[in-house]
Design a binder for this molecule. Structure first.
Ligand SMILES: NC(=O)c1ccc[n+]([C@@H]2O[C@H](COP(=O)([O-])OP(=O)(O)OC[C@H]3O[C@@H](n4cnc5c(N)ncnc54)[C@H](O)[C@@H]3O)[C@@H](O)[C@H]2O)c1
Length: 437
């Protein structure tokens, strides 16, 4: 099938290369010429495990190409995925300017039947507006002749394992309102042999917002339980294990910590709360989820202050900058907010992250970026784990203890065993754990 993907970011690039790998002819288009230039030279603009090899192979086989010419991408394909960013506006609404702009370009350059697929996360009823925008922007002379369909096909991949998720999805959601659109998308996804949920467009749009909001709710729920655990001397990791074995609940997303971040949950919750209000429902539950998430960061700062007293001129090492492991994505990463707060109180911050230091150095000021964990820990009064990269699980603690000014570990992701670190002579502070007050 001839496919184009408009918006070649984390979602667009992964979707494009995976669909190419399934044997389709794919054009990835973006309005960022620098990004396209990089990709044409087979340099990856993002870090995602396995991405580079897959892009190289498919580009070599001529199933995948890149362009900054969106008109060309539209003309050359029957199925067009819109995968542009949908960031938050100041009032919490999703900024759909990119989606609208792409819709206009598609309309003006249609040269035959097109299936336009929403891949970006968008609020319910975007499908209606997408259809409307395309209709009103079709050249008058061709309005009678040109036919098109709009479909919703939200993406559920997780950064850090995006290719695996795309190729082995839990489910594929297809929101369609025509048999032709349904047939095309079923054929496209047939090789994945995944469970497919077919529905109307609005329900498909809602499945995405509802899913992300539910996952964020689980995180805030366990963070609230962590607060209770700290007050009574229980261990939230054990509570989560005990809860998670119940099949109706499940263990995933029950890890207490510094709260969720990333490019999706915060903005999707904001957008869902806002669209709900617009259509007459006050989504108080999600407002509480959001507030608990914010409070968790303030709580972490308090924990650091409780153990270091004043932060002014204290040396603090931050391990992990990306919002989660195996990605270099820093959007809404909790570590960034923590660092800014620590700096505001006068602390001197050193940091190490396996993948995102380049990007971080363009955002953060006065942070000393270190070549490894030990370089960051040297002379530090406190080490804070803000992202649970696997390599942080294999630290040589004896070496660490020798080089730190004070052997204090604030484990904001609960990746260590408190008793083991205590035995090694560390002051261990976790989240929602008996000795984590
Ligand atoms: N990142 C994730 O894990 C994830 C997962 C599921 C869904 N989503 C959703 O997918 C969408 C894209 O997310 P992302 O993380 O890939 O964002 P991204 O910022 O990495 O990529 C978006 C790309 O779109 C391009 N773009 C913006 N406006 C454009 C336009 N008018 N024409 C052409 N290109 C344009 C940008 O240059 C950028 O390369 C968002 O709606 C997001 O919520 C993201």
């Amino acid at each position: 099938m001839n496919i184009s993907i408009i918006g070649t970011g984390y979602v667009g690039l992964v979707t494009g290369v995976c669909l190419a790998d399934l044997g389709n002819s794919v054009i990835c288009a973006d309005n960022d010429p620098e990004k396209i230039k990089q990709l044409k030279n087979l340099r990856m603009p993002i870090y995602e495990p396995g991405l580079e090899d897959l892009v190289r192979n498919n580009a070599k086989e001529k199933r995948l190409r890149f362009t900054a010419n969106i008109k060309d991408a539209v003309e050359s394909s029957e199925i067009i995925f819109i995968a542009v960013g949908t960031p938050s506006l100041e009032n919490g609404e999703a900024d759909l300017t990119g989606v609208e702009n792409v819709a206009k370009i598609i309309a003006r350059n249609m040269n035959g039947y097109k299936l336009i697929v929403e891949k970006s996360t968008v609020p319910v009823e975007t499908g209606f507006w997408l259809t409307h925008t395309i209709k009103v922007n079709l050249p008058k002379s061709r309005r009678e002749r040109l036919t098109f369909d709009v479909a919703s096909n939200p993406e559920f991949l997780r950064e850090g394992q995006a290719i695996r998720d795309f190729m082995n999805p839990d489910r594929i959601v297809i929101g369609v309102e025509s048999q032709r659109a349904k047939k095309l998308l079923l054929e496209l996804y047939k090789p994945l042999r995944a469970q497919i949920v077919i529905t109307d467009i609005k329900s498909a749009e809602l499945i995405k917002h509802a899913s992300n909001s539910f996952l964020a709710t689980k995180i805030s729920f366990i963070n609230a339980i962590a607060q209770i655990c700290e007050r009574v001397g229980a261990d939230v990791t054990k509570v989560a294990d005990g809860m998670g074995l119940d099949k109706r609940i499940g263990r995933a997303f029950l890890d207490a910590g510094v709260g969720y971040g990333g490019s999706c949950f915060p903005k999707d919750l904001d957008a869902f709360i806002t669209i709900a209000r617009k259509i007459g429902y006050d989504f108080e539950l999600l407002k509480a989820v959001r507030e608990i998430n914010q409070a968790q960061k303030r709580h972490l700062i308090k924990k650091i202050k409780d153990v270091l007293w004043l932060l002014k001129d204290k040396h603090i090492a931050i391990l992990g900058l990306s919002f989660k492991p195996n990605t270099d994505d820093l959007r809404n990463a909790p570590a960034l907010e923590i660092i800014l707060q620590l700096q505001k109180e006068g602390a001197k911050v050193k940091a190490f992250d396996p993948q995102s230091m380049d990007k971080a150095s363009r955002i953060l000021n006065d942070v000393k970026f270190c070549k490894d964990v030990y370089h960051a820990a040297k002379g530090s009064d406190c080490l804070v784990i803000t992202t649970e990269w696997n390599e942080f699980k294999e630290i040589d603690f004896l070496r660490l203890k020798k080089i730190m000014a004070q052997p204090i570990i604030v484990d904001a992701r609960n990746i260590y065993e408190p008793q083991e670190l205590k035995k090694l002579g560390f002051h261990y502070i976790g989240i929602g754990r008996a000795n984590g007050k």
